[in-house]
Design a protein around this ligand. Structure first.
Ligand code: ADQ
Length: 487
């Protein structure tokens, strides 16, 4: 708040922080399952301003003015949400097509081949232009601070820069950046890089992703790179490429006071599934996405039961998976596959009143996730590749009893900050099964030691630290520009 006092802040993301839907008794407001929203929303509440996003609820109500603005959070009215309504063709080409069939697999090396269609690319460009126009329309000063979120908007920074040359554009790329060879297969690699270099600051989760980006620019553009300061000069504009590891909002005392005690959570969850108090539980919480390693995790559970039959009947794995991008064939067949493997494992090891795997393929309320995190012996995060991953941080934040074991993929950005977890290679089934066994058998003292340290670091490096560092760097750049303008 202090860094940008008096400045106008505009956030742009594809996903909205609140979805307004028409229900039988009026408007229902929902929070989407999204790491980006989880991270950026508390920041936006702190700095007010305007959030521009693709409207995904019902369009014909709750409009506060002709520009489709509503005040959010509902009942608190802290900032403005401006929705842009995309046509079905725009949503198909921009969101499902180029963003999620092209850029998403391109940047996550998860062995799903990216699909590049000329028509999707055209929609992607057009929609980026629509959002750029909306930013310009919202700007009441010539130098707003614009926070551009994610791979849906690679072209937006340069488009905004063209109309608002003095804007401070802080772009954050929430997913990994691959190496130059991998990125180079994108037919529009040049346009994407040029678009991103309209940013004042370009943020990634890890230094490794920054390095990949700088090398990609070096390979495909004529730009001047200053490695020492991690800046790229292109067409007289400088972009700082920096790592800002994202995190969660650490739960306040007021929130923690609303949580049921751990033993109540344990009992509730076990009773709901028909198990006794001594039943062991591991949880996984993800969007239903092939990058999250859900299949690999199921194989590890199966291997554990095969290798250590003592756990059959005494241990269950609960996977909560919010359906995501289900209109894409790749996602639908992935969901079917998970369903099949779950059934196979349950047939093989299940019995009357016992299922080794519970697959809950639905969106859960935040409170329900907290209850699960608090009830489980283990939380399993086995992403094949993940920019950061917030589920592991949410699990740690939920465990004020300092118990519970985190199993974490070495290919999630979070692994670099959370070495006290049991770090695994999700492709190595045996190693993951051994980690499950180690977690189930871990003495309470060791759990406490690891968990206390994890909690201290997530608490300190919370989402305000992420936003604060990025905004402070933005503030410094504004100050430099002002001083230069006076010279
Ligand atoms: P995501 O790929 O969405 O985020 P992640 O960071 O794990 O992944 O965040 C998922 C969020 O959705 C969490 O807050 C989680 O609680 C919630 N969620 C998951 N399943 C849910 C369910 N069934 N019901 C309700 N909520 C659910 C992207 C990148 C990540 C990066 C974030 C933030 O892919 O690497 O950490 O952005 O930058």
């Amino acid at each position: 708040r202090t860094t940008l006092r008096g400045d106008q802040v505009i956030v742009v993301s594809n996903r909205e922080p609140y979805i307004h839907e028409k229900g039988p008794d009026g408007v229902i407001v929902k929070r989407p399952a999204s790491g980006l929203v989880t991270a950026v929303e508390p920041v936006m509440r702190a700095c007010s301003g305007t959030w521009i996003a693709h409207g995904s609820g019902s369009a014909d109500h709750d409009v506060v003015d002709s520009n489709d603005r509503v005040m959010v959070p509902p009942g608190h009215d802290e900032y403005v949400l401006r929705r842009l309504w995309l046509t079905p063709e725009e949503e198909q080409g921009f969101y499902y097509g180029f963003s999620n069939e092209g850029l998403w697999p391109l940047c996550h090396v998860a062995h799903v081949r990216p699909v590049f269609r000329e028509a999707d690319w055209n929609r992607y460009r057009e929609v980026n232009q629509r959002f750029a126009d909306a930013v310009v329309a919202e700007a009441v000063v010539e130098d707003p601070v614009v926070l551009v979120q994610d791979y849906h908007f690679a072209l937006l920074p340069a488009m905004i820069r063209k109309k608002l040359p003095r804007a401070t554009i802080l772009t954050f790329w929430h997913i990994p950046w691959p190496n130059p060879e991998s990125f180079g297969i994108c037919p529009w690699r040049r346009e994407i890089l040029e678009g991103m270099l309209g940013s004042t600051i370009l943020g990634f989760h890890t230094r490794f992703h920054c390095k990949n980006f700088i090398e990609t620019v070096d390979r495909y553009l004529e730009a001047r790179i200053e490695h020492e300061h991690s800046t790229i000069s292109f067409h007289d504009d400088d972009t700082l490429v920096e790592s800002y590891p994202i995190s969660i909002e650490w739960p306040s005392d007021r929130e923690v006071a609303t949580w049921a005690p751990v033993d109540v959570c344990r009992r509730n969850v076990r009773e709901r599934f028909g198990y006794g108090p001594d039943h062991y539980i591991a949880v996984g919480v993800d969007r239903f996405d092939y990058t999250k390693g859900i299949l690999e995790r199921l194989h590890a559970v199966e291997r554990l039961l095969e290798k250590h039959p003592k756990w059959v009947g005494r241990f269950s794995f609960i996977q909560v998976a919010a359906p995501s991008r289900s209109s894409l064939e790749e996602y639908r067949s992935f969901q079917d596959r998970i369903q099949q493997v779950t059934e196979r494992i349950n047939k093989r090891f299940g019995s009357e009143g016992y299922l080794p795997v519970h697959l809950l393929a639905e969106h859960h309320e935040h409170a329900a996730l907290i209850e699960l995190y608090r009830a489980a012996e283990i939380c399993v995060v086995t992403s094949l590749h993940d920019g950061m991953n917030l589920v592991c941080k949410e699990f740690v934040a939920a465990r004020d009893d300092e118990l519970g074991v985190l199993i974490l993929s070495r290919f999630a950005g979070a692994a670099r900050e959370m070495p006290e977890a049991l770090i695994v290679n999700p492709y190595h089934v045996e190693e993951c099964a051994d980690a499950l066994e180690q977690g189930l058998a871990m003495p309470a003292a060791e759990q406490r030691e690891r968990m206390a340290s994890l909690r201290a670091s997530v608490r300190e490096f919370n989402v305000y630290r992420w936003a604060g560092r990025m905004l402070a760097d933005g503030g410094r750049s504004r100050l430099r520009d002002r001083i230069q303008a006076r010279l």
